[in-house]
Ligand binder design. Sequence first.
Ligand SMILES: NC(=O)c1ccc[n+]([C@@H]2O[C@H](COP(=O)([O-])OP(=O)(O)OC[C@H]3O[C@@H](n4cnc5c(N)ncnc54)[C@H](OP(=O)(O)O)[C@@H]3O)[C@@H](O)[C@H]2O)c1
Length: 343
Amino acid sequence: MRSIARRNRFRPAHSPEQGYNTRLKLALIGYGNVGRALMRLLIRKRREFPFTVTGIHTRSHGTALRAAGLGANPAFGPPAASIGEFLDAADADTAVELTTLDPSTGEPAISHIRAAFARGMHAVTANKGPIAHAFASLSEQAENAGVGFRFESTVMDGTPIFSVWRHNLPGVEVMGFTGALNSTSKIVVETMERGGSFEEGLAAARAMGITEGDGAFDIEGWDSAAKTAALANVLLDARTTPQQVSTRGIGHLTPERIAEINRAGKTVRLISRGRRTAKGVSLRVRAEVLDRSDILACTPGTSNLILFDTDLMGTFGTVSIEPRVEQTAYGVFSDLVDLWRHL
Ligand SMILES: NC(=O)c1ccc[n+]([C@@H]2O[C@H](COP(=O)([O-])OP(=O)(O)OC[C@H]3O[C@@H](n4cnc5c(N)ncnc54)[C@H](OP(=O)(O)O)[C@@H]3O)[C@@H](O)[C@H]2O)c1
């Protein structure tokens, strides 16, 4: 398969009418919440979509391999000595990178994806680190290797964003975007609006499983900065990193300040903004005071929303209401289907 992937440039090989007969063999790197949800989805849809997981590699649970396909609860053996050794042993067409995010470097996910491309494998990831830090060079490497690279779940879980631009808006140029993309900050603000403390809001978000580590990553705006950099790299060709996004989070907000804002009929949202300018691309994340009727303030709880400003399609947007890990897994699944249809 590797030599075939190298030989054939990555482009549609047949139409829906002709059918899609090729099986896609998957090597999963990371088997946590998203990996397990993806496995459940693959099993649920296996009659219609012939995907086989031939290997799973984790940091501390070890490595599982089975050419005929692994089930939802694989027996893990000793870990492969390196990602290269794992990918070679799994003998798959596609690497699915689902490891923990390192927002400051994007590693080791970037190296994992590079190792896959070097072997003529396609790569799909839900990890926004590689897109926020190295999108241009990874895309170039994929192009040179003649393989596909997909990353739908890196922003707004599985909600179609990148695939919409890839498949549905020919000729349309993105001039900018505005998004309420961080759920933890919204839960904290909503808790304070109900009379709770900042810490109670953070604890509520953590109990919902939507907060990373100690929560500082979300509260200080770095999650939003990583998503902003990822969107800008893909849609505005910004070639930027999260560190280059002007970022200020919600850490300075107090229940007293929130009550004052509420009395004026307003609320606060952590907003990501990206825009083409005469000097390049302007990117920022801020806790913005918004009218309650502002569309950016209207989505409840963990819901996310993004608006795009375009040259031909005016302004339009996408909203995801209370997404869960199943929707993240679906974004990965939709990427796999997209690749499979182009094999
Ligand atoms: N959860 C969501 O709803 C969601 C939404 C959008 C995007 N994402 C992104 O999707 C990715 C996965 O999220 P998750 O919630 O599934 O994370 P998770 O539950 O923490 O699982 C991470 C997995 O990655 C493995 N891992 C970490 N470092 C590794 C390394 N160096 N080599 C091999 N395996 C490694 C871990 O191994 P061990 O099992 O041995 O620890 C674990 O299996 C993250 O990048 C996250 O930001 C998640």
